[in-house]
Design a binder for this molecule. Sequence first.
Ligand SMILES: Nc1ncnc2c1ncn2[C@@H]1O[C@H](COP(=O)(O)OP(=O)(O)OP(=O)(O)O)[C@@H](O)[C@H]1O
Ligand SMILES: [Mg+2]
Length: 252
Amino acid sequence: MSAILQTRNLRVEYRSRELRQPVKVALAGLDLEVRAGEVFGFLGPNGAGKTTTMNVLLGFVPPTRGTASLFGIDVRQPIARQRIGYLPELTYYYKFLTAEELLRFYAKIFGIARAEANRRIAHLLKLVELEAAAQRPIKSYSKGMQQRIGLAQSLINNPDLLVLDEPTSGLDPLGRMKVREIIQRLKNEGKTVFFSSHELGEVETVCDRVAIVHQGELKAVGTVADISAGHANLEKAFLKIVGCQAAPAPAL
Ligand SMILES: Nc1ncnc2c1ncn2[C@@H]1O[C@H](COP(=O)(O)OP(=O)(O)OP(=O)(O)O)[C@@H](O)[C@H]1O
Ligand SMILES: [Mg+2]
């Protein structure tokens, strides 16, 4: 399988505008490779560099050194992003719009013809199980529903690669399960999904491979089975890899 997302020795330094503030190294030479058709979990503690990596892929943050490419095209060329969909960590939509109006708005931005837009909107509302709520303003949606309309929005251009920054954060178990099912359906449609998460249990069930980053460096990559080998589960392996041991349960 070929790599459709790749970073090579990727370094990102954030420089403060304040004088004498130290440079913050968010990525310290990250090498990552995601192959076509896989669901790839991007894990790491808070501040590890996950969102920064995605921001480089999206063209929001320039690499200080190293390279990043999508479909073999350097991300400094906007055309590299033609076939991707993106769900940011925080979504801000025009909340007075209904789900259908929001999707129509994004379809227009992508220049999708009306008949094709109608077809895609119907398909996506079904995919994210929001058909019944399609005519309601987004401001009346629960967090889980808002996350699902965000997923639908990221799919309106029928991308081959989805980049999702914590798609299940803040969702209850049912909401998380629904997002997991959508990710599974997208994989079945032949799409590649690259997503960050702190929910290791769900990563275990949905991912073909995972990477663990810590302090801007790749610490482990492989199947969940590879990474968990020798540990009780992925969470235990994760804690060991990022250098903390879970405290023993207090004696009762
Ligand atoms: N715009 C910025 N300016 C300065 N430092 C930044 C900026 N954005 C991120 N950082 C720093 O870079 C490091 C990586 O942050 P990043 O947001 O990529 O982490 P993350 O893995 O997405 O964390 P989380 O799990 O909390 O979302 C952190 O130390 C963060 O404070
Ligand atoms: Mg983040």
